[in-house]
Design a protein around this ligand. Structure first.
Ligand SMILES: Nc1ncnc2c1ncn2[C@@H]1O[C@H](COP(=O)(O)OP(=O)(O)O)[C@@H](O)[C@H]1O
Ligand SMILES: [Mg+2]
Length: 546
């Protein structure tokens, strides 16, 4: 049988126990909890509220909630304050709002963010009789959110700057787009970037916005340590001033004439070396916010790196240009020298040898019959002279095929491949398409030298049975195709092996083509033969005719 609990006992203890019980529960909440009646008077509050008000119950119970939280004399209302309690009375449903509550006065005044939630308390008829207010301090969360948003803004800004400055390697393009982006981020329209001339150690504007030409001229040649920008560069530290026109460090009066006030000078540092200064200015006294200061610092680093890169790229391009000029000079001088030696050998040495041989012939014929031995010796000398002559003709040809100058490319190539490839046992097929014509000497020489190197490679490395050379004369360009059916090779390997001298032949072929704005492509794989195609435009600028 179930044991009956005496009813009287429960009835007697419940109300007292319930009040204490519920009070302890609401006291255990960290958030501030109050219950307000229809007049906004506080009828109930938890320990967190008491603690805030100095644990004095009389200061809390019976007071208006708006007095306590907002020090107001009448209920909160928009636009100052959105009251969720009102909302509950109106709708009968829970409501929520975020308020800023201020404590203290003057400079000591501190703001806290609170989240206010209001819930209706209803009677048995379902009518709202009171409202429960739960106030939670969300300052920390808000600050965190603010910091995340700030960090996000900075990241986005940095990303935008990074994209802007990395889109080009041209210094002026970089500086112009970086400045525009910075001004957009700072919501301003006045500023500029000064670059440091390392020789004179002075700063001058390279790009600017919203500044007059007189101002820019008036600032030119700013010494390190002079004025705000000069100081920022010298000290490698940004300087922010509220009113530059009244700053005692000012040295150039144009700043006052220009009417500049709020001013930021941020040094552009790369590896602790000053490259310039970025100035952001305003005609008003609006201060730079700390977050702007931080952002400008990070942005300036990126711009400095981009400036440095652009400088390096410029230097690289200058060196490449110099290398090309030097190469051009070397090739031209070499050709000139070869031609000079070939001419010398032809005009003097070979003439002298020819006449020696002829004279010997005459002497031999004039000698009496009895001098048989002497005759034989002279004949021997004569044949040596003729062999030497032949050798000299070969050298002359190697140095500079006279055919190239006299009859042009096709004749010279034909003679060259027949003598060389033919002699090496490689079957050769030479084909000419288009209207054969004389080309600028420079072009004929380059093409001939390229073919010469390609055929030497076929003989030395390919083990080919046959080779095919095609010369195609177009209106705007000349094309050459050289193909062999030999063993082929790994191009990357051959080109990267230049250290030990290998690969220089292939490289020089490419260089010769590029000097004439042409293009040379090599295709080869082990076991698959080699194809070289060359195209040289015929409408290029000119230059010396060597
Ligand atoms: N037609 C070819 N057939 C096979 N191998 C070739 C051919 N041309 C070049 N090579 C390979 O490429 C290398 C580089 O050629 P090159 O630059 O002319 O230098 P080099 O002829 O002085 O070795 C050669 O050593 C050879 O291994
Ligand atoms: Mg070679």
């Amino acid at each position: 049988m179930r044991k009956e609990t005496p009813k009287t006992d429960t009835k007697k203890r419940r109300p007292q126990q319930t009040a204490v019980y519920w009070q302890s529960i609401i006291n255990s909440i960290d958030d501030q909890l109050t219950v307000v009646d229809r007049d906004f008077r506080i009828v109930q509050a938890n320990a967190a509220v008491m603690q805030r008000e100095g644990a004095d119950k009389s200061k809390v119970i019976g007071r208006h909630c708006y007095e306590l939280s907002h020090a107001r004399i009448k209920p909160c209302a928009p636009p100052d304050c959105d009251c969720p309690v009102n909302e509950v009375w109106k709708t009968g449903k829970p409501a929520k709002a975020v308020h800023t509550h201020y404590h203290g006065t003057g400079d000591e005044k501190e703001g806290t963010y609170v989240e206010v939630k209001a819930f209706p308390l209803k009677n048995s008829n379902g009518d709202v009789t009171q409202v429960v207010l739960i106030v939670r301090d969300i300052t920390e969360e808000k600050m965190m959110e603010w910091r995340i948003l700030e960090a996000n803004r900075n990241l986005l800004a940095l990303n935008a700057i990074a994209n802007t400055v990395s889109a080009s390697l041209d210094l002026d393009t970089i500086l112009n787009s970086a400045l525009d982006k910075v001004l957009e981020l700072m919501k301003g329209n006045t500023g500029g970037i000064l670059l440091l001339d390392p020789e004179t150690e002075t700063l001058s504007y390279r790009v600017y916005r919203g500044l007059s030409e007189e101002f820019v001229r008036g600032i030119a040649g700013l010494k390190l340590g002079e004025g705000i920008a000069g100081l920022a560069a010298q000290q490698k530290q940004p300087i922010y001033v509220d009113n530059i026109s009244q700053d005692p460090r000012l040295t150039r009066y144009v700043v006052v004439v220009e009417g500049l006030k709020a001013f930021a000078s941020v040094p552009l540092l790369s590896k602790n070396k000053v490259l310039g200064v970025m100035n952001i200015a305003s005609h008003g006294l609006n201060r730079f916010a700390p977050e702007d200061v931080q952002l400008l610092g990070s942005i300036s680093n990126q711009i400095a790196v981009a400036i440095e890169n652009a400088g390096l790229y410029e230097e690289l391009q200058r060196k490449e240009e110099m290398r090309r000029e030097l190469l051009h000079l070397v090739i031209t001088t070499q050709e000139e020298e070869r031609r000079r030696i070939a001419r010398g050998l032809h005009d003097e040495t070979s003439q002298a040898l020819t006449s020696l041989a002829v004279n010997l012939e005459a002497v031999v014929d004039a000698l009496p019959l009895a001098t048989g031995e002497l005759k034989a010796r002279l004949k021997k000398i004569q044949s040596i002279a003729l062999m030497t002559l032949e050798e000299i003709h070969r050298v002359i040809w190697e140095l500079r095929p006279t055919l190239l100058d006299d009859l042009g490319l096709v004749a010279a190539v034909q003679s060259h491949v027949e003598t060389h490839l033919g002699a090496a046992g490689v079957k050769v097929h030479l084909e000419t398409t288009g209207d054969e014509k004389r080309l600028p000497n420079k072009v004929e020489t380059a093409i001939f030298r390229i073919i010469q190197e390609a055929t030497t490679n076929i003989i030395r490395h390919s083990n080919a049975e046959s080779a095919c050379i095609n010369l195609e004369f177009g209106d705007t360009s000349v094309r050459v195709h050289i193909e062999d059916d030999g063993r082929g090779f790994d191009l990357d390997e051959a080109m990267s092996a230049t250290k030990n001298g290998r690969g220089l032949g292939l490289l020089s072929m490419k260089e010769r083509a590029e000097l004439l704005e042409g293009l040379l492509k090599i295709k080869s794989h082990p076991g698959q033969g080699t194809q070289i195609s060359l195209e040289i435009p015929l409408n290029w600028g000119g230059g010396s005719n060597v």
